[in-house]
Design a protein. Sequence first.
Length: 280
Amino acid sequence: MYGHGNSEEHQPLFWVRGYPLYGTHVIVAGFVASMLGTSLLLFLHADSLLASLPFTSTGMNQGEAWRIFTYGLVNPPSLWFAIEMLMIVWFGREVEKFLGRGTFFGLYAGLYLVPPILFTLIGRWQPTHLAGESSGFALFVAFATLFPNALMLFNLLAKWVALVLVALYSLIALSHRDGIGLLSLWSSAGFAYAFIRYQQGLFTLPRLPTLRRRPKLRVLPDLKPGRTTSVGGAKTSTMAEVDALLDKIAQSGYSSLTPKERARLDAARDELKRKESGGR
């Protein structure tokens, strides 16, 4: 079922005192717990443990692949972190209710993994670093793609707010010469937009060209010379032979005929002409 529906995919995971809790709330609860853990580690000066969690292209080149999955767990308490969590709850909940829980988790997994995978490739030329959860804005882009005419603050449409914010953040990154931040913004926002369009059936993935198999050539057996027992049998054999030659021409072209086969085809054509002239 696509869109709002009564299937379990579109319903809350559970209820707490009459309040529905979705998969979005579970994600936010996990990041809030990571914020508390980060605060505790900072208080205990556990710098070595904290240093092993963020994503670094240098660490990836040394085989520390876990950093792709743990970078989002480093969340010092801040106002921006609170705003990120609010965006995930507000907009992610609506996206989840529309797409269904499984598809929403797929969207969020892509938003979480695309930046570190991209930075791993860029790290071959320029060292990169990534820490903390930062997919709240991309979820807003997904929401604005699903509900472009939804009213936001000051009665602005969601699609225009998303475009203005993407342009504003891009200008901020350009003014600071932050090419990595700009690439992270465009990749996450672009992935969110493309994912929603794909789910709506408005975007299709390119298909790899498939190699067409060449048709098998029919090998015509050489006819052994001999007498035919009847005129009807000879005619039937000749017509079957002509049909086989015509099939071979249709599959592989006239040039595929051997000189003997061409001679047989010409003889059959001459015989047909003689019959037509004799019948007039």
